[in-house]
Design a protein around this ligand. Structure first.
Ligand SMILES: Cc1cc2nc3c(=O)[nH]c(=O)nc-3n(C[C@H](O)[C@H](O)[C@H](O)COP(=O)(O)O)c2cc1C
Length: 311
């Protein structure tokens, strides 16, 4: 990073926009499954902290709170992360439901379609001797039909499994709604170009927090080449390993339009509930503001590649 001095930074603004929607900060909350695993208030606590800190939420398909309740606590519509369901009719119903809840930006996650290595989870599960009911109640872990976003959808009436998802699924998804569609889980320029070619409105560079292909390649390493390939008119967002305001700044400098955090707000939620999420957002935004003063860029639009050596 290349600091600049003696710039007037008496007013620093984190405001930006995506598809014409105002963002008070470029930092957004990534979709993370089942917030109630971390705190009894779950997504409601996160939504209240996000409201206080004027932060946009990208809500997971595997949310443990209905989208309508999250929207009520957030005080405005949220973005929605889609996992295409095992039957297309389920996907259709879910898409309609979230559009009715006011969502105008949807992100389809594609980085775990090939499966992933859950070795750590398996190892720890062997050591966990608690009965399932201790956490899940009498019904046990939620089966697909009982998940909040699938409620009321009768899987048994939907006999035809989906064909494998390919790039043409984007075209099918686009036909289901008026929402803007981001593809989450892209890490190469080739795939970003294919996403655009098939009608996506943008991409989120992500590897599920290093948990998809688990190759050790950081998402930030993919950012510059992807932005160069698709050009500035096609929004590129990023998440993965963002821990400090300087990380957000670097991603913005390399061309990201917004920057997501996953684990940091979960740590806040698990430790202190709503107050923990609030504090994480306060710290990250304060650090970003500080970085913007250090680098002489008091507005988000003024952060360019000139601020970093890796161009
Ligand atoms: C516990 C956990 C659950 C996640 N659940 C989802 C999910 O339901 N949908 C999704 O698209 N991504 C999911 N992700 C990936 C995040 O959206 C995001 O890509 C990642 O956490 C960003 O990296 P970070 O945790 O280093 O900030 C999950 C990540 C974690 C750590």
């Amino acid at each position: 990073m290349l600091p600049r001095r003696l710039v007037d930074f008496s007013k620093v603004s984190l405001k930006t926009e995506l598809f014409g929607l105002p963002f008070e900060t470029p930092i957004f909350l990534c979709p993370v499954a089942s917030h109630r695993m971390y705190d009894p208030e779950g997504e409601l606590a996160v939504a209240r902290a996000a409201k206080a800190r004027q932060t946009e939420i990208l809500l997971s398909t595997n949310t443990s709170t209905a989208i309508e309740d999250v929207v009520r606590e957030r005080g405005k519509p949220v973005m929605y992360q889609l996992y295409a369901a095992p039957r297309w009719e389920m996907t259709e119903k879910m898409v309609k439901r979230v559009e009715d809840a006011g969502t105008s930006i949807m992100a389809w996650t594609v980085d775990t379609l090939g499966g992933r290595n859950t070795e750590t989870y398996t190892r720890y599960r062997r050591m966990d001797k608690r009965p399932c009911e201790a956490c899940h109640g009498k019904e046990g872990p939620a089966r697909l039909e009982r998940r909040v976003m699938y409620k009321g959808i009768d899987l048994s009436k939907m006999a035809t499994p989906d064909p494998p998802h390919t790039w043409t699924t984007i075209e099918r998804l686009k036909k289901l709604s008026k929402m803007k569609l981001l593809i989450k889980g892209i890490t190469t320029p080739e795939d970003a170009l294919l996403a655009r070619e098939h009608g996506a409105d943008g991409v989120i560079i992500s590897n599920h927090g290093g948990r998809a292909e688990a190759s050790g390649r950081g998402t930030i390493e993919a950012l510059k080449d992807i932005v160069d390939a698709v050009g500035p008119a096609f929004p590129v967002l990023i998440d993965g390993g963002v821990r400090r305001g300087t990380d957000v700044f670097k991603a913005l400098a390399l061309g990201a339009r917004a920057v997501g955090i996953g684990r940091p707000y979960l740590w806040g939620l698990a430790s202190f509930g709503q107050a923990g999420v609030d504090r994480v957002l306060e710290l990250l935004n304060a650090e970003l503001r500080l970085a913007m003063r250090q680098f002489g860029t008091p507005e988000i639009g003024r952060i360019t590649r000139k601020a970093v050596t890796w161009r």
